[in-house]
Design a protein around this ligand. Structure first.
Ligand code: SF4
Length: 71
C-alpha cells in the first residue's frame, strides 16, 4: 500500500494520477480520466499560481482527511 501524505491541516496530498473510490468528475473536464486531476475534489485547477507544484495537490474530500481515515 502506498504511503499517504497529508498537509498541515490534515488534508490528503495527492498526485495528478492518483485516484480513489470517491472520484467524481469535475464539471469542466470534457473526457474525464479517473484520476485526481480530473476530480472535482482536488485543487489542481484552483492552484495555478502559488499553489503546490510538481504534480501534487490537495484532496478536499473530507472522507479522505487524516481525521476521517484514522477513525
Ligand atoms: S481528488 Fe480525492 S476524492 Fe478525488 S479521486 Fe483524488 S483522492 Fe479521490
Amino acid at each position: 500500500m502506498e504511503n499517504l501524505m497529508y498537509n498541515d491541516v490534515g488534508m490528503m496530498v495527492v498526485r495528478e494520477d492518483h485516484c480513489c473510490d470517491h472520484f467524481e468528475p469535475n464539471d469542466d473536464a470534457l473526457v474525464p480520466m479517473r484520476e485526481c486531476w480530473c476530480c472535482k475534489w482536488s485543487g489542481f485547477r484552483s492552484e495555478k499560481e502559488g499553489g503546490p507544484s510538481d504534480g501534487y495537490s490537495v484532496c478536499n474530500y473530507i472522507g479522505n482527511a487524516k481525521e476521517a481515515v484514522n477513525r
